[in-house]
Ligand binder design. Structure first.
Ligand code: PLP
Length: 293
């Protein structure tokens, strides 16, 4: 069975209601060229995306992902996606990959100049093996994000809170973390508040409570964080959103980075100082996140 797949999607209007969108999906040869050289996604990173975890053919948290795709599109002034069309694209892509852990990626680009419509596609491929990091955790460094907590409200053209294709900054932050001898980074605002990691949300345990930075525009609202909160609440734990400082992270009783494909990884050190972890709870969270949701 081939390992990677791509489906080109002809986006239809959000109001276009039909039972079956399969004739708007065209399987592509992943090795063959598929995009025009005039594509704004490749020229400017002008588009939005989602990465969805798939386990044995079941795509997790599809609704939260397609809703966030629509939210990102709205922030970027892209045409509203037809949610049912995207749900069906996810379902189709999820059946194409072999059993085990996989990733379905959805991409909605502004398309080409004067083009008839945005360009859209979905890919499906096996996920990297994250078993070791789920067990062993990550050492993080805090990195300056370069703006303050109010920037998203004050400057909406920065598109903070949208999951845009422009991840060059996020990847540069990971390289900087590696240069500093760490595995991952946590972004901190100019005014000292922790935000998120370059590809994951942050959750702290402070006493009996679980706390995550409020998604007030400057960060993505993580679908995995939402799932983890549901699980923790069902276990009787208290959860909340808050404005948290870098000192809150350093003083936490435990902390995790959570995301759709790597799932939950414990933070074992912050800026070189060890942080306590809870391996039993990390294992429990990953067992939950690996189950169909
Ligand atoms: N924050 C950023 C910047 C991300 O890139 C991601 C995921 O890629 C997340 C948070 C976590 O989001 P999710 O749990 O929906 O994967």
């Amino acid at each position: 069975m081939p390992q990677r797949f791509a489906l080109m999607i002809t986006p239809v209007d959000a109001a276009d209601a039909r039972d079956d969108y399969s004739d708007t999906f065209a399987p592509m040869d992943v090795e063959a060229p598929a995009l025009s050289v005039g594509e704004f996604s490749t020229q400017r990173g002008d588009g939005v995306f989602e990465s969805i975890g798939v386990i044995d053919g079941h795509a997790n948290e599809v609704e939260a992902h397609v809703q966030r795709l629509a939210h990102s599109a709205e922030i970027c002034d892209l045409p509203a996606p037809n949610l049912e069309q995207w749900r069906q694209a996810v379902a189709t892509a999820a059946t194409l990959v072999p059993a085990g852990e996989a990733v379905v990626k959805l991409i909605l680009s502004r398309g080409v100049e004067h083009g008839p419509a945005p360009t859209a596609w979905a890919t499906a491929s096996p996920a990297p093996d994250f078993a070791a990091v789920r067990r062993g955790g990550v050492r993080v460094v805090t990195l300056d994000r370069g703006y303050d907590l109010d920037a998203a409200r004050r400057a909406p053209w920065l598109l903070l809170g949208a999951k845009t294709l422009s991840y060059a900054v996020n990847m540069a932050a990971l390289r900087e973390a590696h240069r500093r001898g760490a595995d991952d980074a946590v972004f901190v605002t100019r005014d000292g508040h922790v935000l998120e990691a370059p590809t994951a949300s942050l959750i702290l345990r402070i006493g009996d409570e679980f706390v995550t930075p409020a998604p007030s525009g400057g960060i993505l609202h993580g679908t995995t964080q939402l799932s983890v909160y549901e699980h923790l609440e069902s276990r009787g734990f208290r959860t909340r959103y808050a404005t948290l400082t870098a000192s809150d992270l350093a003083a936490a009783d435990a902390a995790w980075l959570v995301s759709s494909i790597r799932l939950a990884v414990a933070i074992t050190a912050v800026d070189g100082a060890p942080l306590a972890s809870d391996p039993a709870l990390t294992a429990e969270l990953n067992a939950f996140l690996l189950s169909p949701r």
